[in-house]
Design a protein around this ligand. Structure first.
Ligand code: SF4
Length: 181
């Protein structure tokens, strides 16, 4: 692994590392998981990224090259059907109800949601029935495209967990929490 990429390894989470690599490249957004994974595994690619730091056109070529797709982490780009979305969003609420509507504390919510806000799975909510039913406020209506839930709501629910494993920490998800078996 390239020395400069190795220096990022102390990041607290995968999403934090994406952000740090973005900063290193002079971007104001995190790099995609695919770019980070490739930079960690492919020294030549990492070198090209570093050499392109001062040329946004060249950098964009490397950031968007189709080969990066081979390095995407699990669940990237999953397209849920309307039925999936309806089932997933309502199941989360149903499970929460069964638990007695338990919410996490503010600190846990902040950790969870700050990771969601940096996460590439966070997308604009589609104009689909499931979301018209479950959304209360419009202000943070982005959904987790890996599970279909509204992230700002999901992060409060004690019964919910992030569905994506952190590639940096086996056994932990992108909320930095152990994945229950
Ligand atoms: S729940 Fe996990 S995968 Fe979904 S947006 Fe949040 S951090 Fe990303």
């Amino acid at each position: 692994m390239l020395e400069i990429i190795k220096e990022l390894e102390g990041a607290t989470s995968w999403n934090a590392m994406r952000k740090e690599l973005g900063n290193l490249l002079g971007l104001d957004t995190p790099v995609s998981s695919a770019v980070l994974r490739r930079a960690r595994e492919d020294d030549k690619f990492a070198s090209y990224l570093m050499m392109s730091r001062n040329s946004i056109e060249t950098l964009n070529l490397f950031l968007n090259t189709p080969k990066n797709k081979e390095y995407e982490i699990s669940a990237t780009g999953i397209e849920h059907t309307n039925l999936d979305l309806a089932k997933r969003a309502t199941k989360a609420i149903f499970d929460w109800g069964k638990s007695g509507f338990q919410k996490v504390d503010q600190e846990t919510f902040d950790t969870r949601f700050s990771n969601c806000e940096q996460c590439e799975y966070l997308k604009e909510a589609p104009d689909k029935l499931a979301y018209q039913v479950t959304l209360v406020r419009k202000s943070s209506n982005k959904i987790c495209s890996a599970c279909g839930c509204t992230a700002s709501k999901k992060a409060w629910l004690a019964t919910e967990s992030c569905p994506v494993e952190d590639p940096l920490h086996a056994g932990y998800n992108l909320w930095e929490q152990p994945i229950s078996s």
